[in-house]
Every structure is written in structure tokens, then in C-alpha cells.
Design a protein around this ligand. Structure first.
Ligand SMILES: Nc1ncnc2c1ncn2[C@@H]1O[C@H](COP(=O)(O)OP(=O)(O)OP(=O)(O)O)[C@@H](O)[C@H]1O
Ligand SMILES: [Mg+2]
Length: 744
């Protein structure tokens, strides 16, 4: 078995049982091998299965359960025979026209004329050299359950009639979903091919296997897919789900594919379409610079300019312009359309066409039109996965008679799905009410959020202009800038990614732009999404006036950021928030009103501090009366929100786990505030010349003499050492007597 490739795509006869056992094996049956699992729960494989896999514990494998359409060739795993399968039943999605072939153990469907199986993708290498076939696929993909052909699917008791009534399909395979969602683009691409123009399609790798032969097929031209001779069937560079996985091919493998492509181009008869499923990987997976790989590829592609090409690249990868120029037409299939056309010609929201009746019915108040803004940036395959995930999360509630799941639950589940399936996005849960003060900032953000969130109906032609691209929160440290960013994301029901600026720039030249591009590509997939660049100044520093070597990278990063911002689309909301303590360093181009709107988040004033005190007193469960709140707000002049929080956190910690334990009363809070002030004064003194320095005692005296506050009979002094000289506080058993030192 080839090293490193562990993803197997299987079609179980009983998908639910198979899935459950596979998932549970991780904990319940760590030793369960693939062979044992298949013996109990038979499954076909989409590619010939290497017998070596049978002895591998399933928890070490990535098994993807596939839903092929009836024309997909299926393979019998080694050791399984048809009689066992027949006894177990047949797969859901149409019978696999299986026939065992002693030689390669494959069960290719004789009717596989549409050539739609993943087996025809790059590097699957089932056959040698080039395979040629003409697609018989029609031009229009009727929606399942909407008057289309549902034969071969086990429409349940309600039947297609009910489905047509409700408008939702009964069942939907990934492939059907892709074809429905992108019918328009597929037809357009096919029309270009038909007129003899080469087409370059930008789309995520996940879609390539579904689109490639469909587009070529609809063009009505014979198609050729280069395949290397004798390649290991399982070593599919395949269909990585994210840009991170879209690594360049290994040298030997790449050379084989390139040779196969060269052969295909050379052999192509006039009018044939040569399909290149992963042009970006062949180009060396590198950037716009012309590598030797890209040069070789250019040679091959330009060798016969009359040859019609259909090639695919991933949005997160850039190919050299000279390669892109080989194609007369470039189109991108990146986001879901708001509406699709049904077989009968009606326009329906994508939330109706790509959601099954059962899924829609599970969530109370399901709103097909509203769904769009939570899924616009997903591709059809990911949307289907997300819905399946949400459905499985919530279906048990029905059985167990719990509260009926709602549309809000579905939206939450979609966010969770996005966050889980991406490497870094999270689901934030900071409400605006957790931020004390800053009423003006909140008001300004609220205005922007109603626009971004689509709460107001904007004229379509103005949407693009009115929706803000991003904010820069600037101000001193610890004032809640990151907190505000999270609250914004939570309000938008968006996922959030917090990246530290230096993380992006601490890289080789060229890597930073790639990182930015990847981030944006991932953000769009996770839309609505908020990307926070902490220490934004480190990546967005002015392009001029930086004499150091970093400026070269800096320039390129700002340029890439501008490109991404200018490519913004309102239907795929991605909001960028930069936070910085140094707004003066930010490149002016980014501060143009159409790009980032700067919002100052300064130190909290007394009113704001009062609210921050309330927020954290409540959070940490420390009761404080109004007079004490006032006193603390006054005594914390110059503090940021983070410092105020630390007073309550430390007070509460002492109460719970201190040694000795002390109540978090007015006196203790006063001590903590005093200690913070003293620490700050010391820091300031340390910065001043030694002659100005006073003794530590003098500082302490200064503080304790000037800040004793007594309120409500509660003593509140900002003493620094715990040896307070006056008054008592809430009497509790744990409190030490006056004069006993409790200083840390
Ligand atoms: N206005 C506020 N209301 C409530 N809590 C606050 C407020 N400001 C800050 N905090 C508290 O301080 C913590 C730190 O704030 P945050 O990380 O948002 O600061 P920041 O402005 O991003 O700082 P930096 O510039 O150092 O990144 C927050 O998690 C929160 O607990
Ligand atoms: Mg921060």
C-alpha cells in the first residue's frame, strides 16, 4: 500500500450501521480491522482496494462513505464475493451493476458511459494510458423529486408526489447536489468547449470529480483524461478538502502524469477535449513565479494549441499567468447561487433544492430562503455534509421526545460544522452585553452590523458599496478590542478566526501572501466569517518608509490584502477586523473609507469602568453594592478592562483557593487595586532616571495615604500590603483579625 494515503471511499450496503460502527471503533473496538468490518458490514469501494488495507485497524483509516450515482463503477473489496453481498441486500443508490473480474477484482458498471466516477479522476490509474469516451449525459439535470427521474432511488412511503408538493427532494447524492447547484456554470463551460474554446475552471478540489466529466460530456465532444500507466490505484492525490492539503505532487508521480498529459495532447484528434483535473498540482503547486515544473507544463500545453482543454485549479492556489493564458475562457465555480432552476423551469432557493424533505422537516421554522446567508460560501458538497451532520445531531431529539429542533439549532449546527471542519475557525459566544461601557462604539458597530447581517433591505446595486469590508480597532492594550471582534462575530452568527499578525509575517518571502490567500479562501468557505488580525500593524504597516528588509514582504502582504478586500462579495460575508495599538503605522491605502473603518477603543472612562466592574462582579459571583461599584470605578482611573477583570478574578481565586482563604470583600478588592496601582507606578518609575526614583516605601505611602475610601460602612482602601489601618469589612469566619498580616 502506498505510504501516506489512507482515505478510502466506500459504499456500504447499510450506511448507517457501517458509519456508526466505524465511528465507535475509535473507542469501542480499537483493534477492529477493515477486513473484519467489511466481513460484518459489506461495502463496495470506489477504487480497487489494496488487500493490505484489510489488516489495518479502521481507526487508522479515513473512510469516506460515498453515495455514487448509478453509473459509477464500483469495486468489490478482495475476499468479498457477490453471494455474501446478495445476502446482505443492495446499496441504496441504485444497484451497482457489479460483475466480478478475477483479474482486477473490479466491478465496473458496463453502462459507465458518463464517465462520472471518481475512478476517472487524476491518478486513479485503473486503466493505462488514455481512455476515450463520449458522454451521453443530457444537458439538463432535473431536480430529484421535482418531476425529475427518481428511478433507482428508494423514494420512501411519501413518494415523489409529496416531495414535489413540498418542493424538497427526497434524497440527494453529493453529485446530484453539485450538478443542481452549478447547472448554469456547467452549461456555460460546456458551451465554450463546444465552440472549441479551452476552459479553465476555478473551483475547490472537492468538486472537480463531479464537474470534470459532466462539463466535458455536455459539450458533446469526445473527451480524454490523461492517466499514468500502472499507477497505484490508491495513490490518488485526489480530492483534498482544503488548501492545506493541496500539496504539489511528488516528483515521480508528477512526471508520470505529465507524460500521460503529453500523450493525451499528442493523440487528441481534432475536436477532442483533453481534461486536466488538477492543473495547479501539475504546475508544481507553486506561486505565480515560473518554476521549472510550470515551464515543462507550459511546453506540453502549448505544444498543440488547437487542442481543446478543460482544466481545473483550486481557488487557494495560484498558477502562473502564462499557463492561465493558454485558456480562452476562465470561469469560477466558487459560491452557491441564491437560486437554482428546477426541471420545470421554476426558480427555487438553493435552501430548497439542496435540502431534503426530511432535513427541512426536522427543524421547526426551516426557512429555505434565509438559509442562504449561512451557507453561501460553502460548496454544494460541503453544504450536503453540513446538513447531514446537523440532521444526525438532532434526529435523536425527535425519537427521545425532547424539544423539537428549530431553525436556530440548524444555524448553530452549521456554524459548528464549519468551525470543526476547518483547521482554525471557532464559534464565538461573546454577547455585546458582556462588554462594559463603550456605548458609542457599540452603536457604530450596530449600524454596520444591520447592513452586513442583511437586516435592512438595500438596493441590490448599492449593497456592494454599502457593506463595510472591515474595521480596525485601535487603542491601548487590554481595552476589549479582541472582545469586540468576538461579539461582532457572534452577532453575525459568524465563525471567527483570530490570527496574530506576526504569525502571518514570520515566514519566508512569498509565504505570507499565500497564507493570506489561504485564510481568505477558508474564510469564504466558512462564511459568514470574521477574520481578526491581532497586531495588525505588523502585517499592514505602511508600504513606504520601512527601510528594513521586512518591507519587501510587507509590501506584498498589503497588496495581497487589498486584492482580497477588493474581491469582496456581499453574498459571502467575510468581515476583516484588525486590532492594533499603533494605528499610525497602518498603511494609508487600507484606511481608505471603502476599506477599513478605524474605530478607537480607548481606556474606559469612569462610566465605562462602572459597567465593566458590574460585568465582572457578576461573572465572578462577587456581590458589590452600588456605592462600592462607584468607589471601584473611581479608584481604577487609568485601568483597562483587563486590569479591572483581574481584580475580580484574583479576588475570587483567593476566596476559593487562597491560602489562607479570604473573602472577596471591599477591603480585599481595595488591596488588589492598590497592588495594581503600585505595580504600575513602579513600572513608570523604572523608566524614569534613577535620580528621580523614590523608595518603595514612599510609593506605598503615597498610594495608601491618598486613596482610602470608606463607603456604606464598608472599608475600601487601596492599600498595597493588607495591613490596613482602619475599619473592618464584611465579617466572615475566615477573615483574619486586624493587624494580622495577610500580605502575599
Ligand atoms: N469593556 C470591557 N468589558 C468587559 N471586559 C473587558 C472590557 N475590556 C476588556 N475586558 C476584559 O479584558 C480581557 C482582555 O481584553 P482583550 O483581549 O479584548 O483586549 P485587547 O484590547 O484585545 O488587548 P490587546 O491590545 O492586548 O490585544 C477581555 O477578555 C475581558 O475579560
Ligand atoms: Mg487583542
Amino acid at each position: 500500500m502506498s505510504a501516506g494515503v489512507r482515505m478510502l471511499r466506500l459504499v456500504p450496503l447499510d450506511p448507517t450501521a457501517f458509519h456508526d460502527r466505524y465511528v465507535l471503533a475509535e473507542t469501542d473496538e480499537p483493534e477492529l480491522t477493515l477486513g473484519e468490518l467489511l466481513a460484518d458490514l459489506p461495502a463496495f469501494s470506489l477504487t480497487p482496494l489494496d488487500p493490505a488495507y484489510l489488516d489495518v485497524p479502521v481507526r487508522r483509516l479515513v473512510l469516506e462513505l460515498a453515495e455514487p450515482d448509478p453509473s459509477t463503477p464500483l469495486h468489490l473489496p478482495p475476499g468479498l464475493d457477490l453471494t455474501a453481498l446478495a445476502a446482505a441486500g443492495s446499496p441504496r443508490d441504485g444497484g451497482p451493476a457489479a460483475g466480478t473480474d478475477a483479474a482486477d477484482n473490479s466491478a465496473a458498471n458496463p453502462a459507465a458511459g458518463a464517465g462520472s466516477g471518481p475512478g476517472s479522476g487524476i491518478g486513479s490509474g485503473i486503466g493505462a494510458d488514455v481512455d476515450t469516451h463520449v458522454s451521453s449525459t443530457g444537458r439538463n439535470t432535473p431536480l430529484p423529486g421535482q418531476g425529475g427521474d427518481t428511478a433507482g432511488r428508494d423514494a420512501d412511503a411519501a413518494g415523489p408526489a409529496a416531495a414535489a408538493e413540498s418542493g424538497y427532494p427526497e434524497t440527494l447524492s453529493e453529485r446530484e447536489a453539485v450538478l443542481i447547484a452549478h447547472d448554469t456554470e456547467i452549461n456555460r463551460a460546456a458551451a465554450y468547449l463546444e465552440s472549441g474554446l479551452s476552459v479553465l475552471v476555478r473551483c475547490e478540489k472537492l468538486l472537480v470529480e463531479h464537474l470534470a466529466h459532466e462539463i466535458a460530456g455536455r459539450s458533446g465532444r469526445p473527451q480524454r483524461t490523461p492517466r499514468p500507466a500502472g499507477g497505484a490505484a490508491t495513490a490518488v492525490p485526489g480530492t483534498p478538502s482544503g488548501p492545506g492539503e493541496a500539496t504539489p505532487l511528488g516528483g515521480g508521480r508528477r512526471a508520470e502524469l505529465l507524460a500521460a498529459l503529453q500523450a493525451a495532447v499528442a493523440d487528441a484528434k481534432p475536436g477532442d477535449v483533453v481534461v486536466v483535473p488538477h492543473l495547479d498540482l501539475l504546475a508544481g503547486g507553486s506561486d505565480a513565479a515560473l518554476t521549472s515544473e510550470a515551464r515543462e507544463l507550459a511546453d506540453v500545453l502549448y505544444e498543440r494549441s488547437a487542442c481543446v482543454l478543460l482544466a481545473f485549479t483550486d481557488p487557494s492556489l495560484v498558477i502562473p499567468e502564462v499557463l492561465a493564458n493558454r485558456f480562452a475562457v476562465r470561469l469560477s465555480i466558487e459560491i452557491l447561487p441564491r437560486e437554482v432552476t428546477t426541471g420545470s423551469g421554476a426558480r427555487v432557493p438553493v435552501g430548497r433544492a439542496l435540502v431534503t424533505r426530511e432535513e427541512a422537516g426536522l427543524f421547526d421554522g426551516f426557512d429555505a430562503a434565509d438559509l442562504y446567508k449561512y451557507v453561501a460560501g460553502m460548496n454544494a458538497v460541503r453544504l450536503r455534509n453540513a446538513l447531514r451532520f446537523a440532521y444526525h445531531q438532532h434526529r435523536p431529539a425527535l425519537r427521545e421526545g425532547d424539544r423539537r429542533p428549530t431553525f436556530a439549532d440548524l444555524r448553530h449546527e452549521l456554524r459548528v460544522f464549519k468551525a470543526r471542519t476547518s483547521s482554525s475557525f471557532e464559534v464565538p459566544n461573546v454577547p455585546f452585553s458582556a462588554i462594559g461601557g463603550y456605548a458609542e462604539v457599540k452603536a457604530e458597530l450596530a449600524r454596520a452590523l444591520t447592513i452586513i447581517g442583511g437586516a435592512v433591505d438595500l438596493p441590490a446595486h448599492l449593497r456592494h458599496d454599502l457593506v463595510p469590508r472591515g474595521f480596525i480597532f485601535h487603542g491601548p492594550p487590554g481595552t476589549g478590542k479582541t472582545l469586540f471582534a468576538k461579539a461582532v462575530a457572534a452577532r453575525l452568527a459568524a465563525t471567527i478566526l483570530v490570527v496574530s499578525g506576526p504569525e502571518v509575517t514570520d515566514m519566508y518571502v512569498g509565504e505570507s501572501e499565500r497564507k493570506i490567500r489561504d485564510l481568505f479562501a477558508e474564510a469564504r468557505r466558512n462564511a459568514p466569517a470574521v477574520v481578526v488580525f491581532d497586531e495588525f500593524d505588523s502585517i499592514a504597516a505602511s508600504r513606504t518608509g520601512r527601510g528594513d528588509g521586512g518591507s519587501r514582504a510587507g509590501n506584498a502582504i498589503v497588496a495581497q490584502l487589498l486584492t482580497e478586500l477588493d474581491g469582496f462579495r456581499p453574498e459571502v460575508p467575510v468581515l476583516i477586523i484588525g486590532t492594533t495599538n499603533r494605528i499610525d503605522l497602518i498603511d494609508d491605502a487600507l484606511l481608505r473609507p471603502s476599506r477599513f473603518r478605524p474605530i478607537r477603543i480607548g481606556l474606559p472612562d469612569e462610566d465605562a469602568r462602572r459597567e465593566i466592574v458590574r460585568v465582572h462582579a457578576e461573572h465572578f459571583g462577587i456581590p458589590v453594592g452600588p456605592a462600592l461599584v462607584d468607589a471601584i470605578a473611581r479608584a481604577t482611573e487609568g485601568f483597562n478592562g483587563d486590569e479591572i477583570r483581574s481584580v475580580f478574578r484574583d479576588g475570587r481565586a483567593d476566596e476559593l483557593v487562597g491560602d489562607p482563604r479570604r473573602p472577596a470583600d471591599a477591603r480585599r478588592l481595595g488591596e488588589l487595586i492598590g497592588a495594581l496601582r503600585a505595580a504600575r507606578q513602579q513600572r513608570e518609575l523604572a523608566k524614569s532616571p534613577p535620580s528621580d526614583r523614590r523608595t518603595e516605601d514612599a510609593i506605598r505611602r503615597d498610594i495608601t495615604d491618598t486613596l482610602p475610601i470608606v463607603t456604606d460602612g464598608e472599608e475600601f482602601t487601596t492599600d498595597t500590603d493588607g495591613n490596613s489601618r482602619a475599619g473592618t469589612s464584611r465579617a466572615t469566619g475566615t477573615r483574619p483579625g486586624r493587624g494580622e498580616s495577610t500580605a502575599p
